[in-house]
Ligand binder design. Structure first.
Ligand SMILES: CC(C)(COP(=O)(O)OP(=O)(O)OC[C@H]1O[C@@H](n2cnc3c(N)ncnc32)[C@H](O)[C@@H]1OP(=O)(O)O)[C@@H](O)C(=O)NCCC(=O)NCCS
Length: 359
């Protein structure tokens, strides 16, 4: 087989992006035949926004089979590491977060080797030592993690809530209970499509604090910091894409954001919404704020987006309070996901062995 690696760049020509999109379609159909396919522009924009992220150095490598007359992308690695200027750099200096995935019959072939070697090269060039591979949702990727010698450090699932399955009575009950608690404590719930300047500092603090309280399993990662600039950048990326990001917050009397949740919708995929982080600061937990935030935004999105069919979100399986809220709302496991961790040295050992096997 004749293969070559190609770097997918912001200014790559349309042909290269189309090769990548065809791979995305083939991979999705192969792994999850019933799943909805995203349109080309959305896929292109979402990978472009990863490449544009000023806090990270990101490379996307495609492995292209050129043995036939028509070239075809058969696998892809995305590799990303924090730049020194990023607030998240400290503690994560040696970390690379990425994905390595291939069409099913291209695992255990020189294509797999090529992506692993490129990953090693990326890590060596930048002086990185730990690789976290995210999004392992198929048997192939689990087998790959195992062969690689990577440790599954965190397991969870993509969970989906079909609006037809929601217990709307419960939703109303959670909203009412939340409103009662808010009267008692003097808090208010607000929804925005752009977090106002007056609260963005406290919002970013709550975001950082609660994001890092999610279970991280055995991942050797340090604090991920989300400053106001990053929050804004993310909002702008979504709106440039034509999407809407709803953010619901609970605001305390003293001006502190004590809780938040976020939901993203896009007119080109009107049937699907993405639930982002839900977080309530420790001292405000157990008052029903998490349930209130989620129930409130769920009702609002249903009213404003009548074509919406389901909401999708990712959760660690060990996140008991979040799983408890989600299960009661009607979220169901759609597919498992695993995050695996491996050192540069173990990757090198694997590459040495697999060179003998595949060449
Ligand atoms: C998840 C989180 C938002 C919940 O916030 P909260 O305001 O305490 O949530 P609520 O009070 O509305 O509801 C929590 C529910 O979980 C239940 N719960 C809490 N711990 C639980 C456990 N160990 N097992 C089962 N249920 C549990 C509570 O009993 C409560 O339900 P109830 O009021 O009907 O009894 C909060 O814990 C948090 O910010 N965690 C860190 C960030 C995170 O992990 N976010 C989710 C990832 S997206």
């Amino acid at each position: 087989m004749n293969i070559r690696l190609a770097s997918l760049l912001l200014d790559s020509d349309l042909e290269q992006w189309k090769l990548f999109y065809d791979y995305y379609v083939e991979k999705t159909k192969e792994a999850f035949p019933d799943d909805d396919l995203l349109p080309f522009e959305i896929v292109k924009q979402s990978y472009s926004s990863q490449l544009r992220d000023p806090e990270k150095i990101t490379e996307i490598w495609l492995v292209i089979d050129s043995s036939q007359e028509i070239e075809r992308c058969v696998g892809c690695a995305t590799l990303s590491t924090f730049r020194k200027e990023s607030p998240s750099y400290k503690g994560n200096e040696k970390l690379v977060i990425g994905t390595i995935d291939l069409l099913s019959n291209h695992f255990k072939t020189p294509s797999e080797n090529a992506l692993v070697k490129k990953t090693i090269e990326f890590m060596e060039t930048l002086g990185k030592e730990i690789l976290v591979l995210i999004g392992g949702s198929t048997r192939d990727s689990k087998d790959f993690f195992r062969r690689l010698g990577a440790k599954i450090a965190l397991s969870g699932a993509e969970n989906r809530l079909y609006l037809d399955n929601v217990d709307w009575k419960l939703v109303e009950e959670w909203i009412q209970n939340g409103e009662q608690a808010a009267i008692q404590y003097g808090s208010v719930l607000k929804v925005f499509t752009r977090v106002p300047d007056e609260v963005i500092e406290t919002f970013a603090e709550t975001y950082t604090e609660t994001y890092n309280e999610q279970p991280m399993g055995e991942l050797d990662v340090s604090t991920f910091k989300f400053g106001p600039e990053q929050i804004r950048r993310n909002e702008e990326e979504i709106s440039q894409l034509g999407g809407i990001k709803y953010t619901a917050i609970i605001l305390e009397k003293d001006g502190m954001v004590s809780g938040l949740t976020e939901l993203i919708v896009h007119p080109d995929i009107p049937f699907k919404a993405y639930q982002g982080l839900t977080g309530v600061r420790k001292q405000f937990r157990g008052r029903g704020y998490g349930k209130w935030l989620k129930a409130f935004l769920l009702r609002k999105t249903k009213q404003s987006h009548p074509k919406l069919k389901y909401i999708t979100t990712g959760n660690a399986s060990t996140n008991a309070p979040m799983m408890s809220i989600n299960q009661r709302l009607g979220f169901k496991r759609y597919r498992e996901s695993h995050e695996a961790q491996i050192t540069l040295q173990s990757l090198r050992d694997f590459a040495k062995l697999s060179n003998m096997e595949f060449q």
